[in-house]
Design a binder for this molecule. Structure first.
Ligand SMILES: C[S@@+](CC[C@H](N)C(=O)[O-])C[C@H]1O[C@@H](n2cnc3c(N)ncnc32)[C@H](O)[C@@H]1O
Length: 299
């Protein structure tokens, strides 16, 4: 079951009002979208790069009587996707990363907990590189760089070396093709499966996923497009699960803290918001969530 992270805090920050037009840039299972639509007689314009999110959205479209609009696409293209409405928006929510539904389906290849093909493409498009392409074709230096930069993996060199060795030996015929094969290579480097209760494959899987989906560039491009689509006074809420996601948001906001030629001023409301111990207990996925709330002023 998908449980939206920091639900009350998100709804309080967005504070939906009748007649408002609100963007959910990461629809996922629609948990936050529902909360927004239930709070006021407002409209939600939802986006997700995963086609399957569209199937979930169509179940809600009737229920909310034409107040929900869904677009399959990536949030880096927000302004072109939403230009057809010819309106400016009151608030926008980004809940970065993967959804429960993506992690839960072994065949999507996101999870080291479930054995499946090494895929990890969020949009399932045929023309994108898969995790399999990267794990089997990139050289040791490239692999180690990806694990270090996107996963902050302290054993990046050793894991990259073990992957390349396994390609030449155990998996020389068909390559490393399954999530459990990759997970087992990482476990063998660490000589254990878990440290402090967290699987040691977590960082490698996260790093490859971020790389496959070009997730950081998506965030940067989406933030840079806000000045063209938001109202003069609007709200921005972000939930990051990785320090690199949060750093992009934080740096973008601080570069717009004061008036300059960019045409947008961004002020953070309060500090960072994290889940309570109780939320982490009932939804372990929330443990690394960091929420930020901003008011944006378009000049
Ligand atoms: C954490 S889930 C969102 C969960 C959602 N807030 C809910 O309550 O159900 C993140 C979703 O964002 C989508 N996503 C990630 N990167 C995206 C991008 N660049 N453009 C559009 N959707 C993206 C993923 O496909 C996934 O469905």
């Amino acid at each position: 079951m998908h449980i939206p992270v920091l639900f009350d805090q998100v709804i309080n920050a967005i504070n939906p009002q009748d007649g408002q037009n609100i963007i959910d840039a990461t629809f996922g299972g629609g948990g936050h979208t529902r909360g927004i639509l239930d709070s006021a007689n407002c409209n939600v314009y939802a986006i997700d790069r995963d086609k399957e999110a569209g199937d979930r959205a169509s179940q809600l479209i009737d229920q909310y009587n034409g107040r929900l609009f869904f677009h399959h696409g990536q949030f880096a293209d927000l302004s072109s996707i939403l230009s057809q409405y010819n309106i400016k928006f009151d608030a926008i929510l980004f809940d970065f990363g993967v959804s429960f539904y993506q992690l839960d389906q072994a065949e999507r290849g996101f999870s080291f907990m479930r054995d499946g093909p090494l895929d990890m493409r969020m949009n399932g498009m045929q023309d994108c590189q898969t995790a399999h392409d990267i794990v089997n074709n990139y050289d040791e230096d490239q692999l180690s760089q990806i694990l270090f930069v996107y996963g902050d993996e302290r054993l990046s060199r050793q894991i990259a070396k073990a992957i390349v060795l396994a390609r030449k030996t155990k998996y020389s015929e068909c390559g490393i093709s399954r999530t459990h094969q990759l997970r087992d290579i990482i476990h063998s480097v660490y000589k254990t499966n878990k440290i402090h209760g967290i699987d040691v494959a977590t960082k490698t899987f996260q790093a490859i996923r971020i790389y496959v989906n070009d997730e950081l560039r998506q965030i940067q491009d989406a933030l840079n497009s806000l000045q063209y689509i938001m109202k003069n006074e609007a709200s921005l809420v972000t939930i990051s699960f990785h320090y690199l996601e949060d750093r992009i948001v934080k740096n973008w906001a601080s570069s717009h803290r004061n008036q300059n030629e960019s045409g947008i001023i961004v002020k953070q409301i309060g500090g960072t918001i994290k889940p309570t111990n109780q939320e982490i207990k009932s939804n372990v996925r929330s443990r690394s969530a960091i929420m930020r709330h901003y008011k944006i002023h378009i000049l």
